[in-house]
Design a protein around this ligand. Structure first.
Ligand code: ZN
Length: 436
């Protein structure tokens, strides 16, 4: 994106993967020490501003919930052996489970057990936010093998007044206007859903800080839903600075990139992402906005209405490993993480460079050959993209069409259009429109 960058992205995939590996074992939830430990680790990579919002704080129509922490949990079978052990997988406990110590019959235990009949060896990921309950998740095969008898269940958890933790990293640019990237941080040992977005956001923040930028960039690491709502409610007075935004998640699987449009549907971020994906020449899909999915629905609520889309690979819920123990370190791969990282970088490159120009010689085409901008011999059938881009930029630059407009209308790569504008400006044929 910048020729002066000091950022080395040759090992970006392995670097993101290494961070995911380190974060993977931590038991995260919407609040608690797992979130804090996660933010501690992110803080080793990028400068974070940390926030602790006390339990009970009203945030729009919600209230920051009690803080949840867990030390241990298990089920012992009728023979006294541990058959389900939180220490082996934190997915075994329904997140936010209330504490319990009890001896139960199989019939009493079964309603508290969750499994996936269609994937009998995977442990599901389940939560009990905002509705006090407890439960265990286990492989369906194991659940089916349970016999009559007395079971001992222990969940050594705690729900008490504490705080909701989140963090921000702001990378300042020439303008105060911001590009927002939101990554949720509330999932326990799950890689694609949660950790891939976190890992890519961290590397993007590092990358953006490595060279001067036009926009300022703000990365928000917060729990899903309650975290984005908390952030929005605490930043309402400055939301006008957010000009573009993306929700980053599920970015490490082998599926193709999917862009979900903002609520507006035709915001600059929507068009920039689609142009960047088109220019990559690899497959991608565009999804219309819906008030479902990740935090794009909070940013796109009618009283907020920020232009925030969502750039993922296979969308949440559309891959079988989603919200299960199979969303592990084998599902995400460094090459896909690197590919997703580059897609974000290419989107930012368009946002950074997009603006309107005015043709300073608008009566007929200016003579480009004389200025060394056009080939010397004429008559060829095919005109090179570079020259086509010069003609398009000159033709459309009446002060009202941006480089993104021109890239869309011409079908030419944004990078070609931007390079043509640079050359024409250098030749004195084009001038940027202030505020364009
Ligand atoms: Zn999820």
């Amino acid at each position: 994106m910048s020729r002066t960058t000091s950022f080395d992205d040759s090992d970006i995939g392995p670097a993101i993967y290494a961070l995911i590996e380190r974060l993977f074992p931590i038991c995260r939830s919407i609040t608690g020490d797992g979130v804090r430990r996660t933010l501690d680790i992110l803080g080793e990579h990028i400068a974070l501003e940390r926030h602790e919002v006390p339990t009970g704080t009203p945030v729009f129509d919600w209230i920051v919930p009690p803080e949840w922490n867990i030390r241990d949990a298990y089920i012992k079978g009728p023979d006294g052996r541990k058959i389900v052990d939180f220490r082996k997988s934190n997915l075994h406990v329904v997140s936010y489970s209330t504490p319990v110590r009890a001896r139960l019959s199989l019939a009493e235990l079964l309603p508290h057990l969750h499994s996936l009949p269609e994937h009998p060896d995977w442990i599901p990921y389940r939560t009990a936010y905002y509705n006090p309950d407890w439960g265990f998740c286990l492989a369906h095969r194991q659940r089916e093998s349970l016999t009559e008898g007395e079971y001992e269940v222990v969940i050594d958890s705690e729900l008490k007044d504490g705080a909701l933790s989140y963090a921000e990293c702001r990378v300042p640019g020439a303008r105060d206007d911001e590009v927002l990237v939101f990554a949720h941080i509330c999932h326990p040992s799950l890689c694609n859903d949660n950790l891939s977005g976190i890992g890519i956001a961290v590397q993007l923040a590092k990358f953006l800080a490595s060279a001067p930028r036009v926009y300022s960039y703000r990365f928000v690491f917060a729990p899903a839903t309650i975290g984005s709502i908390t952030w929005l409610s605490r930043n309402e007075s400055r939301l006008g600075k957010v000009k573009h935004g993306l929700v980053a998640a599920v970015l490490g699987d082998p599926g193709m990139l999917h862009y979900k449009k903002s609520r507006q549907g035709d915001a600059e971020i929507d068009r920039a992402v689609q142009c960047a994906l088109r220019d990559r020449g690899t497959g991608f899909k565009v999804l219309e906005f819906s008030p479902w999915g990740y935090d794009e629905r909070q940013f796109g609520s009618p009283g907020i209405a920020l232009p925030v889309g969502r750039l993922t690979r296979t969308p949440n819920g559309c891959y079988p490993e989603y919200h299960s123990s199979a969303d592990d370190l084998s599902l995400v791969r460094p090459e896909f993480l690197a590919d997703s990282f580059h897609a974000y970088v290419e989107v930012f490159a368009i946002l950074e460079r997009n603006r309107c120009y005015r043709n300073l010689s608008p009566k007929g085409e200016p003579q480009l050959g004389r200025r060394g901008l056009y080939r010397k011999t004429g008559g060829q059938q095919d005109i090179p993209d570079r020259e086509l881009a010069l003609l398009w930029v000159l033709n459309q630059s009446d002060g009202g069409h941006s480089l993104l407009d021109i890239a869309e209308r011409s079908g030419l790569a944004f990078a070609s259009v931007a390079a043509a504008a640079r050359d024409l400006e250098a030749a004195g044929l084009l001038a940027p429109v202030s505020g364009g």
